[in-house]
Design a protein around this ligand. Structure first.
Ligand code: ADP
Ligand code: TRP
Length: 328
């Protein structure tokens, strides 16, 4: 049995790209018979400025979304990073073993710091070390992440190897598992690009909380082409993306979808797609609201998760303190 660990930032309302690209695959991991850990990395989120009230809301919303999507707290240890203080404690110790040059090479840091000069936060620079602590604390075997996070997991491997060499075998050297780009959803208004919540226009994405009217409006406005046939073809990114969404929300294959719209135009297809998307999202929204309207159950799950995570993490920290020579 392997231990599989991953984490997501609490970044607000999610779109259907995040849902099918990141959350659904995590739900799928639960059936693999491994031990799963999933947490909301609120201390990573504050590496850029956050409004406290909004952050609180986003943490709750993230946890509610995972549960509504099918994360079962009996099968997955679900918790909030800041509740387990060992993460930041281990990050400090690892900080003392990581070199400036290693962090300067991180492409995510270079991207995010671009143009900000010396005003960029030390936390943003140190972000990968906190992530390494997240991973190493739990004797993690496998870390499923998007491609952009591979370099961070490789740094965690290097740190684990360095620590083990210097102080004797302490950490498992984790393996990244890069999620296959199966469900990549494109922007509705610019189908050559990916759907993203940081887009300028709300017409770019369907939020998982959008109501029926909004979904219909956005899908009707989605960019297609002048060919008018419902056919999946990479050279026609607009209609291809809408077929992908139809397939994800209904579970039907592309072929089945193409066949049922043979001889019919985009108008019919878009109206059906909007109806099917709403049919998919409504029960999810109802469950999310259920958790948010009665946060007691949600808080209880997070409390429980934090205390189980803490039991594992504090034992590891005892070992680390002993190895580095601060335990008397
Ligand atoms: P955004 O661009 O909306 O800010 P993030 O970069 O925060 O999204 O990504 C969060 C997670 O959602 C990542 O795991 C990423 O791979 C996944 N994701 C983001 N956008 C899409 C998309 N359009 N299609 C599929 N998965 C996506
Ligand atoms: N940095 C990751 C991201 O932005 C989130 C993250 C933090 C993470 N700690 C982690 C992912 C540990 C996997 C394991 O997507």
């Amino acid at each position: 049995m392997s231990r599989i660990l991953t984490a997501l930032q609490p970044s607000g309302i999610l779109h259907i790209g995040n849902y099918f690209g990141a959350i659904e695959p995590m739900v799928g991991l639960q059936t693999t018979g491994n031990e799963n850990l999933l947490f909301v990395v609120d201390y990573h989120a504050i590496t850029v400025t956050q409004d406290p009230a909004r952050l609180r809301q986003n943490i709750l919303f993230a946890a509610a979304t995972y549960l509504a999507a099918g994360i079962d707290p009996k099968q997955t240890l679900l918790f909030q990073q800041s509740r387990v203080s060992e993460h930041t404690e281990l990050a400090w110790i690892l900080n003392c073993m990581v070199r400036m040059g290693e962090l300067e090479r991180m492409t995510q840091f270079k991207d995010k710091a671009k143009g900000k000069g010396e005003s960029v936060s030390v936390g943003l620079f140190d972000y990968p070390v906190l992530m390494a602590a997240d991973i190493l604390l739990y004797d993690t075997d496998v870390v499923p992440v998007g491609h952009d996070q591979k370099q961070h997991v490789e740094l965690a491997r290097d740190i684990a190897e360095r620590f083990n060499k210097q102080f004797g075998k302490t950490f498992i050297v984790p393996k990244p598992e890069i999620r296959k780009q199966g469900a990549r959803i494109a922007a509705l208004d610019e189908p050559e690009k990916k759907m993203s919540k940081s887009a300028a226009s709300e017409k770019n994405y369907i939020s998982i909380m959008d109501d029926e009217k909004t979904v219909l409006k956005k899908i009707k406005a989605a960019v297609t082409d002048s060919q008018g046939t419902v056919r999946f073809n990479e050279s026609r990114p607009g209609i291809t993306n809408l077929i992908t969404i139809m397939s994800l929300v209904t579970g039907k294959t592309v072929k089945e979808i193409e066949n049922s719209y043979a001889g019919r135009g985009y108008g019919d297809f878009k109206i059906d797609l909007a109806a099917q998307t709403t049919a998919f999202l409504s029960p999810l929204q109802e469950k999310i609201r259920g958790y948010l309207d009665h946060p007691d159950a949600l808080l209880k799950i997070l409390d429980d998760g934090a205390s189980r995570a803490k039991t594992i993490a504090s034992k590891k920290m005892e070992e680390v303190r002993e190895k580095i020579g601060v335990k008397l």
